[in-house]
Design a protein around this ligand. Structure first.
Ligand SMILES: Nc1ncnc2c1ncn2[C@@H]1O[C@H](COP(=O)(O)OP(=O)(O)O)[C@@H](O)[C@H]1O
Ligand SMILES: [Mg+2]
Length: 245
């Protein structure tokens, strides 16, 4: 079944400073949207606002999932409705083992409580796909994880939750070449499973592996250019100056 995420004339403020100034974006399942733009222009703000971070105040506009506004839903309900955000800087949670955490989020997303052996088998299988060492499951969430391990842990969560839409914020930063390959493969197999994606990255080596269907450039809180993946090539060759004028 196809799903649709619609961002309509979205204005977002942080501490009463307006950051997003009228974003329009439609993403359907099966599509991969590359979101680019110079630093500090609102890419992360857009993803945080879609996910419902309370610090990001929607001052105008709407976010619709399959035609229904989700603005009144808190983060956990948006998550259960099928939105997922892989963070640019995932937090450490001391004292909570990664395995417990993963078990918890799987149960929080299931109608009925799932049997433990089934959850563990799913976690192990997803970890194996990511070449993520099972010893990482016993440690506290992200505690002492390398940059790349933290990013893999985000994708591990995504694989377990089967979202309709996944928002990915600079997941490729901090990944070595092998990890980048593995994460890309995992993202590609998930899109074949008809997830819609919005991916923030600066690098064509990542986009080359993921092959976005659409690309957008955000400058000063607005999408100034939208089109196909040729935009990514142009930015890599020429930078953003042409997009600013
Ligand atoms: N928590 C915050 N408090 C105040 N300003 C913020 C906060 N987060 C982001 N900003 C500001 O919002 C603007 C957009 O930031 P961001 O969305 O993170 O940009 P990008 O992801 O495109 O690099 C920047 O000017 C940044 O300083
Ligand atoms: Mg950012």
């Amino acid at each position: 079944m196809k799903h649709k995420l619609e961002i309509k004339n979205l204005h977002v403020a942080i501490d009463s400073k307006t950051i997003l100034k009228g974003i329009n974006l439609v993403v359907e399942t099966g599509e991969i949207h590359a979101l680019m733009g110079p630093n500090g222009n609102g890419k992360s703000t857009l993803l945080m606002a879609i996910m419902g971070h309370p610090k990001y105040e929607i001052t105008k506009g709407d976010i619709l999932l399959d035609g229904k506004s989700i603005l009144d839903l808190p983060v956990d309900e948006r998550s259960r409705e099928g939105l997922f955000l892989a963070l640019q800087n995932p937090q450490t949670i001391q004292g909570v083992s990664n395995l417990e955490f993963l078990k918890y989020i799987v149960n929080a997303h299931s109608q009925e409580k799932q049997k433990l052996p089934k959850i563990f088998a799913d976690i192990k299988s997803a970890a194996k796909d990511l070449n993520f060492d099972v010893s990482m499951l016993k440690r506290s969430v992200n505690d002492g994880f390398s940059g790349g391990e933290k990013k893999k842990n985000e994708i591990l969560q995504m694989k377990l939750l089967n979202p309709k839409f996944t928002l990915i914020d600079e997941i490729d930063s901090g990944l070595d070449v092998d990890a980048l390959e593995i994460v890309s493969q995992n993202l590609n197999s998930e899109t074949k499973a008809a997830i819609g994606m919005v991916i923030v990255s600066h690098y064509d080596r990542f986009f080359n592996k993921i092959q976005p269907t659409h690309a957008h450039v955000i400058i000063d809180g607005k999408i100034v250019i939208s089109g196909g993946s040729d935009i990514i090539d142009k930015i890599n060759k020429e930078g953003y100056s042409w997009a600013k004028s």
